[in-house]
Design a protein around this ligand. Structure first.
Ligand code: WQD
Length: 332
């Protein structure tokens, strides 16, 4: 079976492509390389022995996107492509709505036109905003704090309406918690173009001396050590979650939202300490003021993923720290 992977050169996309190939799927990737590099295809080939088909395509260009559907038949689409920087989305909301929403509408229209009715969508725990209670389950209230998060929530709503209108359509919306780590080979890792804002890339930059120190955004939260709690999940566990969702989507119609998290919460300081212990490095940091919009604590109730997908995370925070550092050492 052939799977079309949008944004397949990206961090989560590329790790998922590896798992798809290892599970016997044929894969076509399209990507506009805005936040990724085409060299990742060489690394996927080195790891799996198979080079996925690739098309340079921007999903806002419906003509070039349609050429992909005309050339091959796809059994499903896994949709990663989208801008995902929270801060950038606040500065450039129209760019985010145009790319993420218009691009997704183009993709869905072509899926309908070419009778491709199975979709896995890369959603995010960001749709829960500032959760009142943890662990967060899929019935928790949805509320978004920024344009990036709102594009994720809007696309979830679009899929709800599409599945109501087209009873043959099947969509699984995977709400990722905090993806970190890298393939244990060290050949691919999180390698965003530009300056990463997430915690793990900043820990790595501080450990490498690329930045003088990591700024810890607040240590006065009502948590066990005053810093925020998050559910960090290894990107390979996340990739396996997509393979599990694919098995589900072929057998079911309609749309469901599923949390992909470990169910465990770690504070910022705990992640720093684990990273230092596992890798034998020092992470220079200082306490800075709180970051606007941060939730005190967000971690998953992942029981639905276990029940409906038969999936659960297998890798722990030490594996995440070890693999993230090993991958980062291979990048400049
Ligand atoms: C984690 C914790 C920060 C950087 C974001 C997106 C979410 C998803 C995952 C895409 C927080 C603290 C961070 C730093 C710090 N992305 N921190 N110093 O905000 O939980 O989620 O990434 O889907 O949509 O919102 O992740 O890694 O930015 O922050 O102290 O330099 O680390 O305050 O407590 P976040 P994060």
């Amino acid at each position: 079976m052939r799977i079309l992977v949008s944004g397949g050169c990206g961090y989560i996309g590329s790790h998922t492509v590896i798992r798809l190939i290892e599970n016997g799927y044929d894969v076509t990737v399209f990507d506009n390389l805005y936040n990724s590099k085409i060299t990742v295809l060489d690394k996927i080939e080195k790891i799996t022995g198979v080079r996925p088909d690739f098309v340079l395509c921007d999903m806002t260009d419906i003509a070039s996107l349609e050429a992909i559907f005309r050339d091959s038949h796809f059994d499903a689409v896994i949709h990663f492509a989208g801008y995902k920087a929270v801060g950038e989305s606040i500065e450039k909301p129209l760019m985010y709505y145009d790319n993420n929403i218009t691009g997704t509408l183009n993709l869905l229209e072509l899926m309908e036109k070419y009778n491709v009715k199975n979709l896995i969508f890369s959603s995010s725990a960001t749709v829960y905003g500032l959760p009142e209670k943890c662990p967060v389950d899929e019935k928790s209230p949805l509320f978004c704090l920024n344009p990036y998060g709102r594009t994720k929530l809007m696309i979830e709503q679009i899929l709800l309406d599409l599945c109501n209108a087209d009873k043959d359509f099947s969509a699984v919306m995977l709400r990722y918690f905090n993806p970190v780590g890298a393939h244990p080979s060290g050949l691919i890792a999180e390698d965003p173009n530009g300056i990463p804002n997430n915690l793990m890339p900043r820990i790595i930059s501080a450990a490498k001396g690329k930045i003088k120190e990591l700024k810890v955004f607040g240590d006065d939260y009502d948590t066990r050590d005053g810093t925020c709690i998050r559910d960090y999940i290894h990107v390979l566990d996340l990739a396996d979650g997509h393979v599990a969702a694919l098995n589900y989507v072929f057998k079911h119609k309609g749309n469901i939202a599923v949390n992909l998290g470990t169910g465990n919460g770690y504070t910022v300081l705990e992640l720093i300490k684990t990273f230092e212990k596992v890798n034998g490095v020092k992470v220079p940091y200082s306490i800075a003021p709180r970051r606007e919009g941060d939730s005190k604590s967000t971690y998953a109730d992942n029981s639905f993923a276990k029940e409906i997908l038969g999936w659960e995370a297998k890798l722990g925070v030490e594996d995440m720290c070890r693999d993230a550092w090993k991958g980062a050492l291979n990048y400049e």
